[in-house]
Ligand binder design. Structure first.
Ligand code: NAD
Length: 476
């Protein structure tokens, strides 16, 4: 049983009623347990964050930057333990667990830099009108609740935690019940750095704990990453209290391949977009749009590449793809395989769960999927790729945009003018051209349409935790 809640600078045992099993998905077996936080403990965490706010928001930006640099360094010092835990609890291949850790470190280092560059608290605003002066203050939003999912827990939390602390907010973080251990590193680092009690609080638990936090009247803002169904409940809580909310939700993103591409290069980008993290990426490019002239060459190569991926236990084998992270996700993906069979979809690769211990499925490709198919329209969150052919650029853009989601897209073409034109026409928050899904801290993350509200990363990620105030004075 793990003591895993960090409230007001102390590690405490959960007093909730849910017992949370922490699983190794490659074996389908638990390796740790913890009790969820109770509603009263969520109250204590919010109260601690509220009590810590006046002092933390008045700490100088350079001191806050030093704290963030401390987080980056201390993550690096815990490197091997954090990589191993992500392999064990998430089922991530080693190289992906390494990228996650490096991204989290880069995020803290980046927001340390932004905090250092924050202009002094007050900036004069030049006015055209005579007789008045005005100044701007960027103030922290206040006490923020952060609720995150399980697919990239270390990074997703870093994308919220680092800018929130940089802005001078105090925080209550609720990790996913599927991966409740990894973010404990942030509490341990807070301890090691001597962060004042209450600036960072971590409460673990399931939906009840998340709802207790998102409904809490003591928060000034909530930032949520997760599914659309829970996101809409979180938005209702925010609306009931007329409180700001950032939502990073699901996706059903397109990868558009034009017939002037090198097919082998395109296969590499397509496979990465659907097999990284076993397809459990909000940004998975799970809708392949392939131009008529290259489809018959590309699809067999893609099928071979997916069949050749090494799927296995990242802790004991050299693998390209691990298991799905939870049994619930495994059952969900299996249900889409059943739907595909019922719909009579043409399966070129995979389409089944693996007959072995643990929660494995094979990388999957369906071809010529009808637009009405649930597999074409719904987020599956697994390594399941659906393909359709197109003839013209306009047709590709229209099909890519024909989704209730709008998170990301990838465009593959040797004609860079066309690739840029298509990128501009896509209704999404981030587009890659001739690339794997490289995410840089200086760029933004977030979606249009049903993929959410607001942006993380870059200066936009910091603004999400800042409130603009103006003071205007009559010079009399
Ligand atoms: P989820 O919505 O089930 O859970 C997310 C978090 O919300 C968890 O911590 C969970 O405990 C908590 N929660 C559950 N019920 C709650 C409630 N009623 N009130 C408040 N909190 C509650 O999502 P998941 O299965 O953990 O993650 C997968 C989803 O996350 C996918 O849809 C994926 O696309 C999305 N996601 C989006 C992004 C992005 O940046 N847009 C990134 C990662 C994941």
């Amino acid at each position: 049983m793990t003591t895993s809640h960090y409230i007001a600078g102390r590690w405490v045992e959960g007093q909730g009623s849910d017992c949370i099993s922490v699983n190794d998905p490659a074996l389908g077996l638990p390796f740790a347990e913890l009790m969820a936080a109770s509603v009263a403990q969520v109250d204590q965490a919010v109260a601690a964050a509220r009590a810590a706010l006046p002092a933390w928001k008045n700490v100088s930006a350079s001191e806050r930057a030093a704290v963030l640099r401390g987080f980056a360094e201390q993550l690096g010092e815990r490197r091997e333990a954090l990589i191993t835990l992500q392999m064990r609890n998430n089922g991530k291949p080693r190289h992906e667990a390494e990228i996650d850790l490096d991204d989290a470190i880069a995020t803290f280092a980046y927001y340390a830099g932004l905090a250092e560059q924050l202009p002094g608290k007050n900036r004069d605003v030049p006015l055209a009108a005579p007789g008045f002066s005005a100044r701007t203050r960027l103030e922290p939003v206040g006490v923020v609740g952060l609720i995150v999912p399980w697919n990239f827990p270390l990074v997703t939390s870093a994308w919220k935690l680092a800018p929130a602390l940089a802005a001078g907010c105090t925080v209550v973080l609720k990790p996913s019940e599927v991966t409740p251990l990894i973010e404990q590193a942030y509490g341990q680092i807070a301890d090691a750095l001597g962060l004042p009690a209450g600036v960072l609080n971590i409460v673990n638990g399931k939906a009840e704990t998340g709802a207790a936090l998102s409904n809490h009247s003591g928060l000034d803002k909530l930032s949520f990453t997760g599914s659309n169904s829970v996101g809409s409940q979180v938005m209702r809580s925010a609306s009931a209290q007329c409180r700001p909310v950032t939502l990073e939700l699901g996706g059903k993103s397109a990868i558009v391949v034009f017939d002037d591409c090198d097919p082998d290069q395109a296969v590499e980008w397509i496979v990465a977009g659907i097999s990284w993290n076993a397809g459990q990426m909000c940004s998975a490019t799970s809708r392949l749009l392939v131009q008529d002239g290259i489809a018959d060459v590309l699809l067999p190569r893609l099928q071979a590449a997916l069949d050749n991926l090494r799927v296995g236990n990242p802790l004991t084998e050299e693998v390209d793809m691990g298991p799905l992270t939870s049994q619930a996700q495994w059952l969900k993906v299996a249900s889409y395989f059943a739907t595909a069979r019922e719909e009579g979809l043409q399966c070129l690769a995979g389409g089944q769960v693996l007959e072995r211990e643990g929660w494995f499925v094979s990388p999957t490709l369906y071809a010529d999927v009808p637009k009405e198919s649930r597999l074409w329209t719904e987020e599956i969150f697994g390594p399941v790729l659906c393909a359709r052919r197109f003839a013209t650029e306009d047709e590709a853009v229209a099909e890519a945009n024909d989704s209730r989601f709008g998170l990301v897209a990838t465009v593959c073409s040797a004609d860079l003018a066309r690739a840029e034109r298509v990128a501009d026409a896509l209704e999404v928050g981030h587009v890659w051209i001739n690339s794997v899904q490289a995410v840089f801290v200086e760029t933004s993350w977030g979606g249009t349409k049903g993929s959410g509200i607001g942006r993380e990363l870059g200066p936009w990620g910091l603004s999400a935790y800042q409130s603009v105030k103006h003071v205007t004075r009559c010079l009399g």
